[in-house]
Design a protein around this ligand. Sequence first.
Ligand code: PEP
Ligand code: MN
Length: 252
Amino acid sequence: MRKEQNKIGLVAGPCSAETRVQMLETARALKHIGIKTIRAGLWKPRSRFGSFEGVGSCGLVWLNEVQQELGLKVMTEVALPSHVEETMKAGIDMVWIGARTTVNPFMMNELAESLRGCNIPVWVKNPVCPDIELWVGAVERLLHAGLKDIRIIHRGFCAIDHLPYRNVPLWEQAEHFRTRLPDMPFYCDPSHIAGKRELLLSVCEKALSLHVDGLFIESHCCPQKALSDASQQLTPDALAELLNLLNVPIEK
Ligand code: PEP
Ligand code: MN
């Protein structure tokens, strides 16, 4: 667990990779404010049929450009073994497993198997429902497949009574989970907890007061035009301001 005086880690980037220009412009601006690891979803698990479901494999080359031209690390979400295969072939640096996947033990088994032998960091979000055992179980399946670098992301939980959040943080349950796997880096995703820019500061402050190891946060060069999660994404400049307000040493 993070010692109070240590720097916090930071991953930032758009909810979705949408176009080459959007991806490179966002990554360039994030590099400018000191970010070293960029997140971007290619295969998007959307609730409603017919909404934007990501650009898919064609975005891998944009992530490769971010790696090669900007010297940044890149990560994307994998939800199927075919995603793992494609991201590994493309040399993507890290992957994350989303909240709609960690909820499903069968899919976690499949993913763990396809990740076996991949020597990359794998980040595991909490399941959408507040079931700590499912979260622990998802991590155990990856450990059983021999994965060595597993990191955790708390992104809040679905609840009927969720306001003002998009996903209720249930800080106590998340802290309880953390005690079950105390040696794994534990990040907070304030974007999917908050659901709106105005709440990000208070969610980040709370997460930092609990000494999370880092933040996993959405940033888009033009949030109001984002094809997914428009209301929670920050411009890179606004992210820099937020980090300034948080006033903690950031390991960027
Ligand atoms: C995301 O990170 O954009 C995402 C889809 O997250 P989650 O799985 O937390 O909903
Ligand atoms: Mn998102």
